[in-house]
Design a binder for this molecule. Structure first.
Ligand SMILES: Cc1cc2nc3c(=O)[nH]c(=O)nc-3n(C[C@H](O)[C@H](O)[C@H](O)COP(=O)(O)OP(=O)(O)OC[C@H]3O[C@@H](n4cnc5c(N)ncnc54)[C@H](O)[C@@H]3O)c2cc1C
Length: 428
């Protein structure tokens, strides 16, 4: 038996009809869950497989409560326990090909998984610790050779190797096509020089999927040409320096500097000079997953806010009896739900083969903004206690900035919708 078969067993078992009916899920479909319930599993619109993923991941996450995440944050320790548990049960390959140990499910199921993990209180810390495993190697799955897929996907899905993703550069930011790092062919190696910034998990990863220029910008017809993608070992040739940051302290983010880094030519993904096309391929799915991670934080914040508003008595009555407290929370639920419906609509369309990006981008935008507002309101609902680490909402608020900024900012999403949907001229 191949090892990959073992790793997907739990996921497949979870998706068996008998398992689903044993959870009594059908009976709960006639009402919407209470937002105060921890990881409720009965949103009325979820498909049976999404619902089963939600229920199974919720069970795992019960063992990683807010207190666990607060401890990881304080000690700045990578959440290996959650990572290993998800790997052991086969979840890291949820939407990777079955042939290499994955479960071959869709982005619609992966989004539920990421939302649930974040919503458990793990937020962006939990989500970012596995984000790259879930869909990061899609360019390899799509454009890699059989030998590369066997060599790279199997250990990644099994949780034996961790990977990071290197696109952003200090001097070019969102203007990716102008990135300045270079790779020059030298026999059966490429020599890479340049720098990257904001590379998450590089302190913990053995591998990196890195985009770099192989043909200078002034020698290509279009700026999107001449970039190449490598998946390779992060060796000592790369100087990795952690960036102290606002939140998500347990999952590192780094600057990378390399000069004369020799990378085997067999680590080139697909064809030379076509790296940007490959990166773009997985872009919509990544937007959907980040949006789902943001949603999770929004619902976690709302749950804590509603519970606190019901409990905390001031002026002789629960603060939640005041409309100034109650209405913003009701408004947040509506905004989170509308973002969720848009995002899961985008996921369904993606799985059906829809390639354009307006729903994925819009879903990510709406989810991140709704989640940000929910987190801010959760802090304010708690009053002074919102500022105390004990109630966790300040941690959520610090983390919820991430999906607003990365992997693409709000402004760039508005640029995209302005041009592609409204037909307006490019503004930059
Ligand atoms: C915690 C964290 C983790 C990250 N992890 C990774 C990772 O693992 N790998 C990776 O490659 N990157 C990662 N990033 C980088 C992230 O994708 C970038 O920060 C993001 O794409 C924005 O790029 P920038 O920071 O260079 O902003 P800039 O490009 O400098 O932009 C700054 C601001 O100007 C605005 N702006 C710029 N141009 C325009 C325009 N034409 N119109 C309107 N507004 C504009 C932007 O929207 C933004 O608000 C991470 C970032 C963070 C914060």
């Amino acid at each position: 038996m191949r090892s990959s078969t073992f790793f997907t067993t739990s996921v497949r078992r979870a998706l068996r009809p008998s398992f689903k009916s044993s959870l009594g899920l059908q009976s709960r479909r006639s009402r919407h869950a209470r937002a105060t319930e921890f990881l409720q599993c009965h949103d009325p619109d979820l498909t049976e497989s999404q619902r089963t993923v939600r229920e199974s991941i919720a069970k795992i996450c019960e063992n990683f409560p807010d207190e666990y995440w607060a401890k990881q944050e304080t000690s700045k320790k990578f959440p290996t326990e959650l990572y290993d548990t998800l790997a052991k049960d086969g979840w890291l390959g949820i939407c990777m090909p079955e042939q290499y140990g994955g479960s071959g499910l869709g982005i619609a199921e992966a989004a539920v998984m990421m939302q649930t993990i974040s919503e458990s209180g793990g937020g962006m810390t939990a989500a970012s610790s596995i984000h790259m495993n879930i869909f990061g190697l899609e360019p390899v799955a799509k454009f890699g050779s059989d030998e590369q897929k066997e060599r790279w996907l199997v250990p990644l899905i099994a949780g034996k190797e961790r990977a990071c993703f290197g696109v952003t550069e200090p001097n070019t930011g969102l203007d990716t096509l102008k990135l300045q790092s270079s790779a020059t062919k030298d026999g059966d190696e490429y020599v890479l020089s340049g720098s990257k910034i904001w590379i998450s998990t590089a302190q913990n990863a053995q591998k990196i999927l890195i985009l770099t220029r192989t043909t200078p910008l002034d020698q290509v017809k279009k700026p999107s040409q001449g970039l190449s993608l490598f998946y390779t070992d992060l060796t000592d040739a790369v100087e990795i320096t952690e960036i102290p940051k606002m939140g998500r302290a347990a999952v590192d983010t780094n600057t990378l500097f390399f000069d004369g880094w020799r990378v085997p030519a067999r680590d080139l993904v697909g064809k030379e000079n076509e790296g940007f096309k490959m990166i773009m391929h997985g872009m919509n799915a990544e937007r959907i997953l980040i949006g789902a991670e943001a949603l999770g934080l929004g619902y976690a914040a709302l749950r804590r806010a509603a519970l606190y508003a019901g409990d905390r008595v001031v002026f002789g009555r629960p603060i939640g009896k005041n409309q100034a407290i109650q209405h913003p929370l009701a408004d947040s639920w509506m905004k989170l739900e509308s973002a969720r419906l848009m995002l899961y609509h985008a996921a369904k369309m993606y799985d059906q083969g829809y390639e354009s990006g307006e729903y994925a981008n819009a879903g990510k935008y709406l989810a991140a903004e709704a989640a940000f507002e929910a987190c801010e309101r959760a802090v304010m609902t708690h009053g002074g206690m919102g500022y105390a680490k004990e109630y966790h909402v300040e941690r959520y608020l610090r983390e919820v900035f991430i999906p607003r900024i990365a992997p693409v900012s709000r402004e760039m999403i508005c640029n995209y919708i302005g041009e592609r949907v409204l037909g307006l001229p490019k503004s930059y």
